[in-house]
Design a binder for this molecule. Sequence first.
Ligand code: SAH
Length: 346
Amino acid sequence: MGQNSKSLIKGMSLDELQNWCEKIGETRYRGIQLYGWLYKRRISNPQDMTDLSLRFRNYLTDHTELNTIFLDSKMSSNSENTIKYLFTLADGKQVETVSMVDGYRHTVCISSQVGCSLECDFCATAKMGLLRNLKTGEIVDQLLYVQNNVDEPVTNVVFMGMGEPFLNYDRVLKAADIFHDPRGLNMGASRITISTVGLLPKIEQFINEKRKYKLAISLNAADDLTRNKIMPINKKWDIREIIKAGKEFSKMKRRQIMFEYVLLKGINDSAEDAKKLSELLVNVECKLNIIPYNETDGEYLRPDENTINEFINILHDRKKKNGYRVLVRWSKGQDIAAGCGQLAVN
Ligand code: SAH
């Protein structure tokens, strides 16, 4: 039986699994068991699901496909505890996932799309264009794979790999729900962060969700002229609108919004930019994540260390009258091109 005729049950919610079980003549309770085996115990060989009947295990073996991603290669960073995985999907397309261990924190950076449609000028993934959305199972499997291969328990997950999570909204949220569910991976909502380029209608939709996952918005510039140039999406929803939406998120969710700001040499890294940025964030309770650019094949460069420090110092000096906290993300795994924005498959 070819793979295409098999049911893809990885990625199903509890309800869907229960319905599926009922449809094939099993009880709904089997769906609960299956959910635990797939996500909590991370088992993908039905024969290992020991509390299911042999008949059901054989059915699963014959009629379902429980692996959605297949390891192509893996690269470990020399300097840090960072591993980049390259996975091949059932249709031959490929995505990358990054695992970063730092003390007790184990963060997995997962992809939501194969490629990306958003054309941010400095980002390596953008150069691929969008090939397709990932299925829920393919998103969930990235985390399951890492957890099956790295001893340290995964403590945090960030949707900051390839793609724009909010252009694959339903599946990303469904995957996050499986991570969050106590019967699934049981991760706290505050340990799950979704990052967006700033798609206003989707941010609003996200604010209205019951779920309390964290939100990060890639700001990357302190004025619209600059942001238009490096992030064309700004022509649709500009800086003022996305900051307002971020503020709304913090208020409604009682969770601090995070703004990401990639520092690009000569583009958005001047003292003037730092001042403008701090002005934009007056009265905005937020976390500001400064990410010195990780160089890719393109024309953009990382500012030198002095410029980076000066930029950060200006923000620090001005933060008293503002509500923001400044963090610098010295991206991990640059030597294996696993840093932010370096993920791309040729
Ligand atoms: N599309 C979403 C999710 C990707 S997150 C988003 O844009 O938010 C990836 C983060 O890395 C974004 O904040 C992006 O601005 C940043 N980034 C992209 N290319 C980068 C690079 N080469 N170096 C550092 N950060 C980069």
